[in-house]
Design a protein around this ligand. Structure first.
Ligand code: MLT
Length: 410
C-alpha cells in the first residue's frame, strides 16, 4: 500500500481562504438575493491597466504568426522582462537581470523556495502571518504537530502585536530561515529602514537567510520605509526577495511574479561544513526541473507594467485601493475600534471588542451586514481577537460596506 506524506496531516483541515470561500458560498446559496461585499481575500477588482491589455493583445497576435510564435521560453523568464524589472525596481541596489527568476506568482515561489534547505532547518515566522510560510514548512516536515493554539512545535513564532507596532523582536533561538513580509500582510505594519537593517545585520551574524516578501511594496507611502531589502547594505548576502504583479498591476488572475536570488547568497553544504553553495544555482536547477516558465504573453503584459505609461496606470490603481483602505480604516475608527494598517498597506487590521472570537465575528458580519472579511485567527495564534479587511474592493462597494457597518452593532 502507498503511504502518504503524513506531514500533510499536521496541517489545518483547509487553507484559510478556501475555508472562507466555503462559508461565503454556503451563505450565498441560502441568501441568493443578497449582495455580498467581499473584502476578505486580497483579490483585486479593477480591470487590468490599458497598457497591460495592449501588450497582451499584441503578444497574442504574435502567437498567430510563424515569425512571432514562441514555444517553450526560458524557465527563468525572458530577458526583456528581467531587464525591465532591474531597471525599474532595483536600480542602484546591485541586482543583475540574471538574478531575477520570473514565475507565475509570489505565492508559488515563497512556498517552493524552502525546498532548497535541509529538512532540519529551523524556520522563524511572524505571528500573525500569511499562512503559506507556515503551511509550506509543515508540508516539508519542519512543523510537527500543532498544539491546541495551532502553533507548530518546530516553528519559531515571533509575535507582532499592536503594542509593539507589529514589529517582531529578534528571536532568542537562532533560525536558519526568517520570513518577513513588509508592508505586512495581514497587519499592514511596516519595517522602517533602521528596523530592517537590524534584521539584515542579525541574519549576517547568525548566517540565517531572510525570505523577504515585498508583494505590497507599491503601497508604501512613507519615505523611510524601504521598498526592497536590497536597499540595506549587506542584504544581497542574506536575502531572497519576492515580488508580485498581483496587487500593484491587477494580475491576480493573469499570474506573474518573481524571486530575486542574488548570486552572492551562499549557504553551508552541511551543518558545520566549510563548503558553501550559492542558492542561485540551486534555484535555477529546481526551476528548470519543475517549472516551464510563465507564459510569454503574460511576461509581455508584466513588462508593460514597467513602462512609463504602465507605471502611471498602476499607481492610479494603487491610489484607488488605498483610498478604499482609508475609508475602511475611518469606518472602524468611528466604531471605536483600535485599527492599524491602511496607510502603507492595503490591509486594515482591527482588534475586536473584548477580543471576540474572530471566526464568530466573521460569521456575524457576513450574516448581519453581508460583508466578507478575514478572521485574524486564520493568520496564527496572535491573530485571535483580530480581523482583517482589504482595500481591494471597488470604491462603490467599499462605501456601501462602510454604510452597512455604521448600522452594524459591534
Ligand atoms: C491575502 O488575502 O492574504 C492574499 O490575497 C493572499 C495571496 O496573495 O495569496
Amino acid at each position: 500500500m502507498s503511504v502518504i506524506n503524513a506531514d500533510y496531516l499536521n496541517l489545518p483541515g483547509s487553507y484559510l481562504f478556501s475555508e472562507i470561500a466555503r462559508r461565503v458560498s454556503a451563505h450565498a446559496a441560502s441568501n441568493p438575493a443578497r449582495k455580498l461585499i467581499r473584502l476578505g481575500i486580497g483579490d483585486v477588482t479593477s480591470p487590468l491597466p490599458p497598457s497591460v491589455i495592449r501588450a497582451l493583445h499584441k503578444a497574442v497576435d504574435e502567437q498567430a504568426d510563424a515569425a512571432g510564435f514562441r514555444g517553450y521560453g526560458p524557465e527563468q523568464g525572458y530577458a526583456f522582462l528581467r531587464e525591465a524589472v532591474v531597471a525599474d525596481a532595483f536600480k542602484g541596489h546591485g541586482i543583475e537581470a540574471d538574478e531575477i527568476f520570473v514565475s507565475d506568482g509570489a505565492k508559488c515561489d515563497i512556498g517552493n523556495l524552502q525546498e532548497l534547505f535541509s529538512s532540519d532547518s529551523r524556520v522563524a515566522i511572524t505571528d500573525p502571518v500569511y499562512p503559506v510560510y507556515a503551511d509550506s514548512n509543515v508540508m516539508a516536515g519542519r512543523g510537527g504537530a500543532p498544539d491546541a493554539d495551532g502553533r507548530f512545535a518546530g516553528i519559531i513564532y515571533m509575535p507582532c502585536t499592536a503594542d509593539k507596532d507589529f514589529i517582531p523582536e529578534l528571536p532568542r533561538e537562532r533560525p536558519d530561515i526568517i520570513y518577513l513580509c513588509y508592508p505586512n500582510n495581514p497587519t499592514g505594519g511596516v519595517l522602517r529602514r533602521n528596523e530592517l537593517k537590524k534584521w539584515v545585520d542579525y541574519a549576517r551574524e547568525q548566517e540565517s537567510v531572510i525570505f523577504f516578501d515585498a508583494a505590497y511594496e507599491a503601497f508604501i507611502a512613507d519615505a523611510d520605509v524601504p521598498h526592497s531589502i536590497y536597499e540595506i547594505e549587506g542584504a544581497r548576502e542574506v536575502a531572497v526577495e519576492f515580488r508580485s504583479y498581483s496587487k500593484m498591476a491587477g494580475f491576480t488572475g493573469l499570474r506573474c511574479g518573481y524571486a530575486v536570488v542574488p548570486r552572492t547568497l551562499l549557504c553551508r553544504n552541511a551543518r558545520g561544513a566549510m563548503q558553501k553553495t550559492a542558492l542561485h544555482g540551486l534555484w535555477m536547477r529546481r526551476q528548470t526541473t519543475k517549472y516551464n516558465g510563465c507564459p510569454y504573453i503574460v511576461q509581455r503584459a508584466a513588462e508593460a507594467a514597467h513602462s512609463p505609461e504602465g507605471k502611471g496606470e498602476c499607481a492610479a490603481l494603487v491610489a484607488a485601493y488605498m483610498r478604499n483602505a482609508g475609508l475602511i480604516r475611518e469606518g472602524f475608527v468611528r466604531k471605536g475600534l483600535t485599527v492599524s494598517g491602511g496607510v502603507n498597506a492595503p490591509y486594515v487590521w482591527l482588534r475586536l471588542p473584548e477580543d471576540a472570537d474572530s471566526w464568530d465575528f466573521f460569521d456575524r458580519l457576513l450574516r448581519e451586514a453581508g460583508i466578507v472579511g478575514t478572521p485574524g485567527a486564520g493568520f496564527g495564534p496572535s491573530g485571535k481577537g483580530c480581523f482583517r479587511l482589504t482595500g481591494f474592493g471597488n470604491a462603490a462597494d467599499t462605501e456601501e460596506a462602510m454604510e452597512r457597518l455604521a448600522a452594524f452593532s459591534l
